[in-house]
Design a protein around this ligand. Structure first.
Ligand SMILES: NC(=O)c1ccc[n+]([C@@H]2O[C@H](COP(=O)([O-])OP(=O)(O)OC[C@H]3O[C@@H](n4cnc5c(N)ncnc54)[C@H](OP(=O)(O)O)[C@@H]3O)[C@@H](O)[C@H]2O)c1
Length: 336
């Protein structure tokens, strides 16, 4: 499969390493041979229609900070030119999530779809702001649109609700969908102040460059939009979420919850209304996970409530979700 990869940061590079380490198995087990024909980052691009050398891409990015130096004579093709002119089957979109106008991911995704490419996105911005119209655009252009890694990183939350519970009617769900705020609240429960817990999370590299995406609940709200559209069939976008972050949670409130065998968690829930906000939950609730873990509980008509727990982020974990999506696309093409 010919692949264009846009964004070559933590997730993009993890994916290329995963392709390199699993290439024999992917071919023998799934008859898939990923061929990365183009990559671009914010500074430039690398192109080879016969397939870029994966280890060289990583080395070049590490040495020069961009893939532009892959060829001796630097490639001058822009990302958009690549999406319009380079023959490829799948676009993998891994640029940073932006909840103001969803760019540059939105233009990458729509251009690829209009040019007949299937799209895998781990970038939540375009889905948070335009999920219904992106699905329509994919259908109109008869391409597949996959986004497993946008919720739960490598933990297959979307696949579980969509496939393992197929035939069931999910009536509500609630989850801890942002590992960073969970880490901060967990440390506050151990006695740290908000500022110290935030500093610790920043030192460990858990907090987004724009801390508001985590602290004000935007990241969790974006994931709630994706779940509500995909699992519940709603047609909603980010402004439809009633969203409050964790900045106003005090140590006193956390201590008082603890006395009742409860913890305060940032919960994203869909039950009549779509809400993200701090909520007291029992320590005995399976949802009450600590540290950077994510958890989500789906309640359905006949199967009761089931909770999935897993790591919500991480380069390799998210890359593995992209691989899952790629194998799905391969299988659906083979079935057709
Ligand atoms: N990291 C995780 O655990 C995780 C988990 C789930 C979902 N995600 C999502 O996955 C996406 C990627 O995350 P990440 O951790 O890999 O981020 P990252 O390390 O910051 O990488 C982002 C990449 O996007 C590139 N980029 C920025 N603007 C661009 C533009 N205009 N054109 C082309 N490329 C551009 C950057 O280029 P430069 O290299 O030149 O700066 C960089 O390579 C994000 O949307 C994130 O929300 C991440």
């Amino acid at each position: 499969m010919r692949i264009i990869l846009c964004g070559f940061g933590v997730v993009g590079q993890s994916l290329v390493k995963l392709f390199a380490s699993r290439s024999d198995e992917l071919y023998s087990k799934y008859a898939v041979k990923p061929r990365v024909v183009g990559v671009f980052d914010s500074k430039g691009s690398a192109v080879d229609q016969s397939g870029l050398k994966l280890d060289k891409l990583i080395k070049v990015k590490k040495r020069f900070g961009t893939v532009k130096n892959y060829a001796v004579k630097n490639n001058s093709m822009s990302g958009i030119e690549m999406l319009k002119n380079l023959e490829a089957d799948v676009l993998i979109e891994t640029t940073a999530s932006n909840y103001k106008d969803a760019e540059p991911g939105m233009t990458h995704i729509t251009t690829a779809m209009k040019n007949g490419m299937h799209v895998i996105s781990v970038n939540k911005g375009p889905l948070a702001l335009a999920f219904p119209s992106l699905l329509e655009l994919a259908t109109y252009n008869q391409v597949m649109f996959k986004f497993s890694g946008t919720v739960g990183g490598g933990t297959p939350i979307l696949d579980y609700a969509k496939n393992s519970l197929s035939g069931e009617r999910i009536t509500s769900f609630a989850g801890i969908l942002n590992g960073t705020t969970n880490y901060i609240l967990t440390n506050m429960a151990s006695g740290l102040s908000f500022d110290s817990a935030l500093k610790d999370a920043q030192d460990k590299g858990y907090v987004e460059a724009d801390e508001s995406l985590d602290l004000d609940g935007l990241d969790a709200a974006a994931k709630l939009v994706i779940l509500a559209n995909w699992i519940m069939g709603m047609k909603v976008t980010l402004p439809d979420i009633d969203c409050t972050g964790i900045r106003k949670v005090t140590s006193k409130e956390i201590r008082s919850a603890s006395k009742k065998n409860c913890a305060i968690k940032l919960i994203a829930s869909c039950d009549k209304k779509l809400v993200v906000g701090p909520k007291e939950i029992s320590n005995d609730d399976p949802l009450c996970v600590n540290g950077t873990l994510n958890a989500i509980a789906f309640t359905s008509e006949h199967s009761g409530t089931q909770t999935i727990i897993g790591k919500g982020a991480g380069g390799m974990e998210t890359a593995s979700s992209i691989l899952r999506d790629l194998l799905d696309i391969r299988q659906e093409i083979a079935r057709d």
